[in-house]
Design a protein around this ligand. Structure first.
Ligand code: IMP
Ligand code: MG
Length: 183
């Protein structure tokens, strides 16, 4: 496929095939845990959008889908530490089994904040599913219940993840060339 973004990619960390194989496994594990529980898949926008689409199809459990949008980055590659709700959930989650779907767990700020928030909104249980986990950068005590891949301390893009809102449509997880950041 033609891609004008390919030249900006230094290396591929996780291929499309590896992503899909792992999602099939996660879908099966989630099915076993949530069969008959009518869970709510709650995606954290925007980074989750591709992962969410593939994960819910890999887990054929009776469920529904909801989104929340937060921002913690001011177009940089490190977190500001503050989390702001940009678009709130549109339904009552009281007594629901919430499956939070996130692109990457980095410092933990976002998921620490959201776990607390969904608790105060009355969720019966909160399960965190993250495609990527960067444990080396954690500053908050938060762990994911399901992890797709552990990645090293490098800024990654693709499959939903962005740099300055771009590269989300790169179909794999990759690392950008250093010169991209100095443009
Ligand atoms: P945390 O709050 O530091 O855990 O960061 C979570 C959010 O930061 C994720 O949902 C991503 O949107 C963003 N993020 C963290 N690391 C990366 C990365 O390597 N690439 C792209 N986005 C990232
Ligand atoms: Mg992001």
């Amino acid at each position: 496929m033609r891609s004008e973004m390919e030249n900006d990619i230094l290396k591929i960390l996780v291929t499309e095939e590896q992503i899909q194989t792992r999602i099939a496994e996660l879908g099966e594990e989630l099915y076993q845990e949530f069969e008959g529980k009518n869970p709510l898949f709650l995606g954290v926008l925007k980074g989750c959008f591709l992962f969410m689409a593939d994960l819910v199809r890999a887990c054929q459990v009776k469920s529904d889908v909801e989104y929340i949008a937060v921002s913690s980055y001011e177009n940089a590659t490190s977190s500001s530490g503050r989390v702001k709700i940009v678009h709130d959930i549109q339904q009552d989650i009281t007594d629901r089994h919430v499956i939070v779907v996130e692109d990457i767990l980095d410092s933990g700020n976002t998921l620490a904040f959201l776990s607390e928030y969904f608790k105060t909104r009355g969720a019966a249980s909160i399960t965190i599913v993250t495609l990527l986990d960067k444990p080396s950068r954690r500053t908050k005590a938060v762990n994911a219940d399901y992890v797709g891949f552990v990645v090293p301390d490098e800024f990654v893009v693709g499959y939903g993840l962005d740099y300055c809102q771009q590269y989300r449509n790169v179909p794999y997880i990759g690392v950008l060339k250093p010169e991209v950041y100095s443009r």
